[in-house]
Design a binder for this molecule. Sequence first.
Ligand code: GUN
Ligand code: ZN
Length: 431
Amino acid sequence: MQAETLILGQVLTFAESPFDVPPDEAARHERAGAVAVGEGRIVAVGPADRLRAAHPAATVVDHGDALILPGFVDAHAHYPQTAIIASWGKRLIDWLETYTFPEEARFADPNYARAQAETWLDLLIAHGTTSVASFCTIHLASVDALFEAAEARGMGVTAGRTCMDRNAPAPLRDTAQAAHDDSAALIARWHGRGRARYAITPRFTPTSSPEQLEALGALWAANPDCAMQTHLSEQREEVAWVAELHPEARDYLDTYEAHGLLGPGAMFGHAIWLTDRERARLAEAGASVVHCPTSNTFIGSGLFDCARAMRGRIGVGLATDTGGGSSFSMLRTMAAAYEIGQLSGTALHPAQLLWLATEGSARAMRREVEIGTLAPGSAADLVVLDLGSTPAIAQRAARAETLWESVFPTLMMGDDRAVAATWIAGRMLGK
Ligand code: GUN
Ligand code: ZN
């Protein structure tokens, strides 16, 4: 196929996971590289000279020395919490009650939901994030608002109506039946429409009764190619609360498993305080956990041991967890993952951080055929990074002797100023 557009720059791809083989064997770097794009998809990746010769009619967009990567994939976020990011002084349960639930109640107004969805997606694009898995609120219109805003931008978004039928304020509570029926209606309306994918979304065990978990488990069994997203073992107080609510369960994960909510495509946010049984079951079941490092430090949850999860063959995605997380930036998120890795005894390599923020998250969402890599046939979703975006970063990168030394300062100190361009489905948006 002839490409319509040739995007030039340094290009970094992964032939294998840098958790499975040494990072330098996993990565492929073209210093003078190109990505050829046609009909919104990647046609080829390779040396600029070769692709120019192969696609002479293509429009050329030259990003110079900037680094072209698959667009960032944020595997766990709450778009309705955009306006309450950086709220002071609470831990999970009182943070939910004080800041989150009152804000989520505002999404009863579809106009507010639309405005917030648009604001949030535009922030993500400015930060180089091209795909996301998001919780919405209990309101159907909050889901429509996000999918409509994503469709208008050509973005591949996974999202679902957040279900809660206990331990939440009355305006945010539903029933097992309503959770099932509304989610089923949204699956029919959105799942597989263009790039939209539905995630069945019980908020977490403390706010979903066993009846609701059962109803959503049945819905997932009827729609197995949907994702399933929820929270697991984020804070110790939460784990103790689940044990009190469910003395019959072997552990927290068991409260989901007992109702058909564990399997391939299940995404469990946080998963910090796991037992050995939970780790083994997550791996056996082909489920994924999602590391949300800025959230884990911001609301004081604990240190996720990424290296241990990888050794245990559990799928791991990386995410901002807006607004428990303190940033919309996957660069800031990688920096926090690095710092948490250090505190847990493992220095994650820059290749591993970048892989988690792209292919790792895409795999957790079971979307790696479409997003998270630069494989031919994938959506042409790209982030282009300026590796010297501030004087502080530039002076450090100037000393770099290797690719990784030139990239790492941007991972540690970069933000939206490092994003030279974001491409979504072959269109350059932002900057
Ligand atoms: N656990 C249940 N709901 C939430 C939420 O909205 N944010 C975070 N960080 N944890 C949760
Ligand atoms: Zn969350």
